[in-house]
Design a protein around this ligand. Structure first.
Ligand SMILES: NC(=O)c1ccc[n+]([C@@H]2O[C@H](COP(=O)([O-])OP(=O)(O)OC[C@H]3O[C@@H](n4cnc5c(N)ncnc54)[C@H](O)[C@@H]3O)[C@@H](O)[C@H]2O)c1
Ligand SMILES: O=C(O)C[C@H](O)C(=O)O
Length: 347
């Protein structure tokens, strides 16, 4: 079984056949910040079925008591509690092993992810300030867009609070990998669990760079077909935004992808050697300080960036073409914290 198949089999075991928590490790406390939202609710439901979660902490500015009461009736072992508003955030975070952040507004048709910056930058900065204060040891997985900027914002806020560990901060790009695996499985007419494909770069438009030449099983497509598939993967989020006609962006597939990423984090925390993709502080490409790529995770966070592997000339061109945009988004995030300071960002 390849890595992707192992990961999916693992999630399927956890989600479809809940069982008792592994005896080798303590079940974790996991917080979802933005838990009442389109992603937050189904993600919380998937986490409620995970035997690796002992305590689920649902935080939002509204509606979490209802969501927690509802999910609390699911007959799995974990306990669950809803917390509402900034006064309850410290308790929600206390003792967390993993904090997943899908708080913030989603796109409507015609918007780019960067159009969300003005609102979501402050939300992520404020929540990460609280994480730095109340659970500085936790791993943090950021879903809120624009990920290419919100992760550098989180890093900068946590640095200023003296609580930044680059090994434990992740931008969640798992949905790009999930989509690429699904689309390739349809083309090759194979089970998606038997597909593996790297998707690197960032999480917006051309910064999403699938490395289709490394697809397993291999893709037998023309240059033109490869370019079309690359474009479909890059624009898959927009495909969903347009189909939802103003009612938001991907929520259910994102919840699935975030549950896969959370499961990877919790398995790594429990001592498993785990390989997964995420957007992190990086040294893979010279002068690109944050990048999504293949990571080895261990109990203390990212152990190793596994590199990009052999690239086709089209893939190298795609990386060269997206780098200025990615660098611009990273700089915008860092400058946001530098200019406004964390206090202002929290207002
Ligand atoms: N990384 C990815 O691959 C990916 C995929 C899909 C969506 N997203 C992003 O995820 C974010 C959430 O999307 P959604 O569809 O769930 O949106 P949504 O509007 O349905 O839910 C967002 C939730 O965040 C809450 N919220 C707002 N401010 C908050 C704060 N300060 N503290 C805590 N909670 C707060 C809201 O009350 C709401 O419940 C968006 O920014 C979207 O672009 C990222
Ligand atoms: O497209 C969006 O705005 C949401 C998300 O980033 C996605 O890829 O679905």
């Amino acid at each position: 079984m390849n890595q992707a198949a192992k990961r999916l089999a693992h999630i399927a075991d956890h989600i479809l056949a809940p069982m008792s928590a592994p005896s080798s490790s303590r079940a974790a406390k996991v917080a979802v910040l933005g838990a009442s939202g389109g992603i937050g609710q189904p993600l919380s439901m998937l986490l409620k079925t995970s035997p690796r979660v002992g305590e689920l902490s649902l935080y939002d500015v509204a509606n979490t008591p209802g969501v927690a009461a509802d999910l609390g009736h699911i007959n799995t072992g974990s306990s669950i509690k809803g917390y509402v508003g900034p006064d309850q955030l410290p308790e929600a975070l206390q003792g967390c092993d993993l904090v997943v952040i899908p708080a913030g507004i989603p796109r409507k048709p015609g918007m780019t992810r960067d159009d969300l910056f003005n609102i979501n930058a402050s939300i992520v900065a404020g929540l990460c300030q609280a994480v730095a204060t109340h659970c500085p040891q936790a791993w943090v997985a950021i879903i809120s867009n624009p990920v290419n900027s919100t992760v550098p914002i989180a890093a900068e806020v946590m640095k200023r609070a003296g609580a930044y560990d680059p090994k434990k901060l992740f931008g969640v790009t798992t949905l790009d990998v999930v989509r690429a695996e699904k689309f390739i499985s349809e083309i090759n007419k194979v089970d998606p669990k038997d597909v593996s494909v790297p998707v690197i770069g960032g999480h917006a438009g051309i910064t999403i760079v699938p490395l289709l030449s490394q697809s397993q099983p291999p893709l037998k497509l023309s240059e033109d077909e490869l370019a079309k598939l690359t474009s479909r993967i890059q624009n898959a989020g927009t495909e969903v935004v347009e189909a939802k006609q103003g009612a938001g962006s991907a929520t259910l597939s994102m919840a699935y992808a975030a549950a896969r990423f959370a499961d990877a984090c919790l398995r790594a925390q429990a001592g498993e050697d785990v390989v997964e993709y995420a957007f992190v502080q990086s040294s893979v490409l010279p002068n690109v300080p944050f990048l999504a790529s293949k990571l080895r995770l261990g109990s203390q966070g990212t152990v190793q960036e596994l590199g990009l592997g052999p690239l086709s000339s089209a893939e190298q061109r795609n990386i060269d073409a997206m780098t200025p945009e990615l660098l611009g988004s990273i700089k915008k995030g860092i400058e946001f914290v530098e200019k406004q300071g964390v206090e202002a960002a929290n207002k």
